[in-house]
Design a protein around this ligand. Structure first.
Ligand code: GLC
Length: 456
């Protein structure tokens, strides 16, 4: 059955109630307005399709600002004069940076690719660039961070994507004009957009030629909203597997909703793929000494809502000035990883089919005759009623720990108007998982598809 059948069929069926009588009902989808939004975004049909196999990645914001331990935009937000800020380069010495430790954590956390800031708005570069002195080689550390990272990633076949800020608070040719994410006009600068673009292209070329295979390019802050397709074309030519986001000089390959779930970010078959991004820290993406952290439940719920909708998810951490991912962040990632490893199958080869139930407290994904029920909101009780389902599964399992889930098709008092019995998943261990998201796996017999076409 294709998606259109799901959408169009409104059927009349005869169903058995818990009271033993046979009552004809017209099944209806709860949310017809979402129907056109069900399904998968398009695939590229080339080397970039790795992006749909590996859905959950690590985002890393790391640079000079970690020395100050407040925010990745410290220079601008705390009004630090450039002449002062650049002195931080003389203190850049992340002697404990070991890419293997980052990758070990990622593997433990179930993260499947990594995107790292090579140059944030402050303009400091984490690779051996020949285009500016303001880079990691001209510091006490004197090592090429990207070189170390890319070697480690290639050894483990870990896809590596590079973040690059177009706005630049250090380069004299970047036209800082006090717009958002910019410094005020700097009197000593010589703004020249064309020259800046030459610098930028030369840097992109270095990034795409000197470090082996790169799996993605993550642009940020095209403040002037300048368009130029030739830049992404160059990346595509040099790195055919690279997926490119939509914050650069053209629409790129995928959209980048930030921080949290947004009702508008539904994914439809003709929309761009989506990669949401979020940080474990509430105030900053870069290292913040006294960071406030999101709860594990909040992050898991956010990840669940995107992955179930055929999107990718980048979860960010900010390593400290020595190159270490703070333990508080690492333990959040491990906790999420435990959850992700156990429920992962509910995102793989599935369709997003939440329209099949009127219960708005859950989301549904489906793979053939298996239905996954995601309790992405904090449960109000220990039961999920799956209206208008009137059939029982053959088996029901809580993916979080593999335990059996009790269920019944029973006439409950609240359903007196319909005089109908519905499938209820009962005695759920909600308390034990209050810091997580429960995902239930319901295995039906082969007739599930037929049944569904009758109820939608
Ligand atoms: C926000 C932050 C920026 C960060 C970006 C990541 O725009 O202001 O510093 O790099 O999010 O998406």
């Amino acid at each position: 059955m294709n998606r259109r059948n799901f959408i169009q069929s409104v059927a009349y069926s005869t169903l058995i109630t818990g009271l033993g009588s046979s009552i004809p009902i017209i099944g209806r989808s709860a949310n017809t307005s979402q129907m056109s939004l069900i399904g998968k975004s398009h695939r590229f049909g080339d080397g970039r399709d790795w992006f749909f196999e590996k859905r959950y990645g690590m985002f890393v914001h790391w640079g000079l600002y970690s020395i100050l331990g407040w925010h990745e935009q410290h220079q601008q937000r705390a009004r630090v004069p450039r002449a002062e800020y650049v002195k931080l380069a003389q203190r850049w010495n992340p002697i404990n940076f070991d890419p293997e430790r980052w990758l070990d954590l990622m593997e433990e956390a179930g993260m499947e690719y990594i995107t790292v800031t090579m140059k944030h708005h402050d303009g400091f570069c984490l690779w051996d660039t020949k285009q500016t002195q303001f880079n990691t080689m001209n510091t006490p550390y004197r090592k090429d961070i990207l070189g170390m990272l890319s070697d480690a990633c290639h050894k483990r076949n870990m896809p590596l994507c590079l973040y690059y800020s177009i706005a630049d608070w250090n380069h004299p040719n970047y036209p800082n004009m006090g717009r958002h994410h910019e410094l005020p006009v700097q009197s000593q600068d010589s703004p020249d957009w064309q020259k800046y673009m030459e610098f930028l292209k030369a840097q992109v070329k270095e990034l795409c030629t000197n470090y082996g295979e790169i799996h993605g390019f993550w642009w940020d802050m095209n403040v002037p909203e300048y368009e130029d397709k030739s830049i992404n074309n160059m990346i595509r030519k040099l790195q055919p597997k690279a997926v490119i986001n939509n914050r650069g000089f053209d629409e790129g390959d995928y959209g980048t909703p930030e921080r949290d779930f947004n009702e508008k970010n539904y994914i439809s078959s003709d929309s761009q793929p989506v990669e949401a991004c979020q940080s474990v820290g509430i105030e900053s993406w870069g290292y913040r000494t006294n960071e406030d952290y999101y709860t594990q439940q909040h992050l898991i719920s956010s990840i669940d809502r995107y992955l179930a909708r055929d999107a990718n998810y980048l979860l960010n951490v900010g390593p400290d000035s020595l190159g270490v991912i703070p333990e508080k962040s690492a333990s959040i990632l491990r906790g999420i990883g435990q959850w992700y490893h156990s429920v992962k199958e509910s995102f793989e080869d599935v369709e997003f089919v939440s329209h099949l139930t009127t219960n708005k407290n859950v989301m549904l994904t489906k793979n053939k005759n298996v239905l996954y029920v995601h309790l992405y909101k904090v449960p109000q009780g220990n039961v999920v009623k799956l209206k208008p389902f009137t059939i029982a599964p053959l088996d029901a399992v809580l993916l979080n720990d593999g335990s059996k889930v009790d269920f019944e098709v029973e006439f409950a008092p609240q359903d007196h108007n319909e005089q109908q019995s519905y499938l209820r998943l009962i005695n759920l261990p909600v308390k034990a998982y209050c810091n997580s998201v429960l995902v239930l796996k319901l295995v039906f017999d082969e007739s599930l598809e037929e049944y569904i076409s009758a109820i939608v």
